[in-house]
Write a protein that binds this ligand. Structure first.
Ligand code: ADP
Ligand code: DP6
Ligand code: CO
Length: 355
């Protein structure tokens, strides 16, 4: 038989997700298993996405390659693990059906780009690894469920397991040493709470000084406050957050979201040496949300910050004028937001609307 010189190719996009109960800490760094469960909102209709094309061919020279935002990247161990697992799933299909092309034997080329700042606390690793796993699963025509794929994405970056689902997604940390019960599950689809919106304030597009992977490792080993977070705080608020989502109770959702963001950043500060992800502009955004809520006489906005200075504000569509309108008015006027502390910045709306 003539050698198959075809180029096989699949392209996908994946959205970011922003946690309202944060994942921070690994109980098993090798398998990428978390110290605690987490819960996030996937910003599916957002402009913040990773676009990834995976291709393979017998004509490609080995080894596998990855191009991220136009630059050739070395494949780190976690990326190699994802490729290995996906390849072995394809090989299994090929061994049960001899008519399938032997794609598992071809070198892979992955070309990926984020249309938002990379490594700046806007969940690029989440969208990035969800897209990588999903693109290769499509390329290999794997029949596996999103849950099975999320187990692989988790090994690329923990937060990525949640981006394989839309809506409100829990990553149940699990207890088993092999990680078989550490899974992402959809708590509610986006249609459950159609009025939910997120405003993204890009305070800085610069790459963070301490990566999430290394930051959480340092927190785990040095912070006593973190032990309290894992044992006493997160288990309690996970249940409360699920209930708030179920009941579409924005007040409770907002309270837990803001408290959890602050608890997480307090643990970063309690790390030795301390990690500062938020900056002056981030703190100005916190005060702005506090002011909006005070003026409204109830919680209509909830800020949260991942491992970076950039702010995500959740609000309901009905409060669009009070929340997005106020931020836009202020950013448009620029006072206190532009300047040397970083250009703060473009307000991009999310999840439908309000342009
Ligand atoms: P973030 O807050 O953006 O998630 P992290 O420190 O968690 O920052 O992860 C950033 C790293 O994730 C990048 O340095 C890169 O290794 C990886 N990453 C980001 N985007 C992609 C992508 N599209 N495909 C593969 N890996 C990516
Ligand atoms: C603050 O998933 O980026 O965004 O598993 O080491 O890749 P690795 O870490 P990552 O950590 C995310 C931390 C967070 C909170 C969250 O998304 O839950
Ligand atoms: Co990340």
């Amino acid at each position: 038989m003539a050698e198959d010189k075809s180029i096989y190719c699949a392209s996908v996009t994946a959205p970011v997700n922003i946690a309202v109960v944060k994942y921070w800490g690994k109980r098993d760094p090798k398998l990428n298993l978390p110290t605690n469960s987490s819960l996030s909102v996937t910003l599916s209709q957002s402009d913040l996405r990773t676009h990834t094309t995976a291709s393979c061919s017998s004509t490609y020279p080995p080894p596998d390659t990855l191009i991220l935002n136009g630059q050739s990247e070395e494949l780190n161990n976690r990326t190699l693990t994802c490729l290995k697992l996906l390849r072995s799933m394809r090989a299994e299909l090929e061994s049960s059906d001899a008519t399938l092309p032997k794609l598992s034997q071809h070198p892979l080329k992955v070309v990926t780009a984020n249309n938002f700042p990379t490594a700046a606390g806007l969940a690029s690793s989440a969208a990035g690894f969800a897209a990588l796993v999903y693109a290769i699963a499509q390329l290999y025509q794997l029949p596996h469920s999103p849950t099975e794929l999320s187990r692989i994405a988790r090994q690329g970056s923990g937060s990525a397991c949640r981006s394989l689902f839309g809506g409100y997604v829990a990553w149940e940390g699990g207890e088993k040493a092999d990680g078989s019960d550490s899974l992402a599950v959809q708590v509610a689809p986006p249609s459950h709470w159609p009025g939910m919106r997120a405003l993204i304030l890009v305070v800085s597009a610069a790459k963070k000084g301490v990566s999430s992977t290394s930051g959480m490792q340092q927190t785990c080993t040095t912070s006593a406050l973190f032990q309290h977070r894992v044992k006493d705080v997160v288990p309690r608020v996970m249940g409360q957050m699920k209930e708030a989502v179920e009941k579409k109770d924005f007040d409770k959702f907002a309270e837990i979201t803001m408290r959890d963001s602050n608890n997480f950043h307090a643990c970063c500060l309690d790390t030795t040496p301390p990690i500062f992800y938020m900056n002056d502009v981030s703190r100005a955004a916190v005060r702005m949300v506090e002011w909006i809520n005070e003026k409204a006489g109830r919680r209509v906005a909830a800020y949260t910050f991942d491992a970076g200075p950039n702010c995500v504000v959740y609000y309901e569509e009905g409060s669009g004028r009070e929340v997005a309108g106020t931020f836009k008015g202020l950013l448009g006027g620029a006072a206190g937001w532009d300047g040397e502390r970083g250009r703060a910045v473009e307000a991009a709306e999310e999840m439908a609307g309000l342009k």
